[in-house]
Write a protein that binds this ligand. Sequence first.
Ligand code: UD1
Ligand code: UDP
Length: 381
Amino acid sequence: MGGRSSSWTTPAEEMVARILCVVGTRPEAIKLAPVVSALRAEPWASVRVLATAQHRHMLDQVLGLFGIEPDVDLDIMRPNQALTTLTARLLLDLDDVLLGEQPDAVLAQGDTTTVMTVALACFYHRIPFGHVEAGLRTGDLSNPFPEEMNRVVAGRMARWHFAPTATARQNLLREGFPDDAIHVTGNTVIDALLAVANKRPDVGVPLDSSRRLVLVTAHRRENFGEPLRAICRAVRDLADRNPDVQVLYPVHPNPNVQSVAYEVLGGHERIVLCPPLEYLPFVGAMQRAYLILSDSGGVQEEAPALGKPVLVLRRTTERPEAVAEGVARLVGPDYERILAEAQRLLDDPVAYRAMARGVSPYGDGKAAGRIAAVLRAALAA
Ligand code: UD1
Ligand code: UDP
């Protein structure tokens, strides 16, 4: 197990609730940072942060930006780690942490292996677990893989379900969870986004201001192999057909992504491949973009809030709200559809304006305060 700083700031006998906030990957840190900050402002709460470090560099970047120093760090990442190994190692280490920390409640966000194992470990240790971003479902355990299973398992263990939208709440009600355990809060990613977007951050990558920017991200496991290759071929052909377009693709460090992205897209004069951008420059890149192509969960939530059309490189999405609003479109990892839909948005200003409306179906930037209020009512006594 990795490093650990001493202990809770307040002795256990005082009437303060000890809340352990757990983060493993980049998006979890972005989405839990506002919650950590909101809880730290609550006099009844003592907060500690556990980093499983399922991601290393990408997690550290975000924690640094939001001024969060983990109290416990499991340093679990290994290159190209298998899901079973990751799960087993996480569970073993979490056992020790929960025994040592003895928190009154544990919070985690989303659907990664970190979240699933934390929820399960809390169940075994009979510690109340709060699930941030609860109730997202595609109904297909293979899409996204393994995240749909992860969030179903995490949700099953949760005492508090912090659902971002009314749709997510309905999913949980349909699965039989009691209404009073579900709290619609909005998605905390919008809190994080709004905290930085007005700084108009610099992208930090030299871009040609005379060209329209197409921003690309892709990293989903169900897209590894041929689907990712099809996505990359579509991106390359889009750049070839449109001399006024420049592509920026910050490539996820997963070796299964790196190999395909650099092989298919490397060396093109108008395609910039770069390591993952830190959160501020990435927000700057979304703001600067004309169009976004992504299979990311978080980007599907952020792009509409910034008024940027997003083509979703997935067969199905657990975030149907933006599609229903007409500001996101599901194109799958499908070469023909990606090219056709992207070309339409480049060529047709009416179609473009219809998607670039700046609606935010996922939140108003106040989700973390709502989560803190629910926990205050439950734990402050
Ligand atoms: C994980 C989550 C996924 C989430 C994504 C966010 C699981 C199973 N998957 O996917 O839900 O959407 O994070 O980005 O929980 N790596 C590095 N440096 C880093 C991070 C990753 O080198 O900072 C490489 C390592 O080789 C690592 C590999 O990426 O083994 C895969 O990391 P892992 O956390 O298992 O899965 P992701 O594909 O990143
Ligand atoms: N992001 C980032 N740098 C990048 C790409 C994405 O900071 O180079 C941010 C993005 O704004 C969003 C989050 O990372 O908030 C999404 O993470 P990712 O796509 O890795 O995971 P997912 O949301 O799909 O789980």
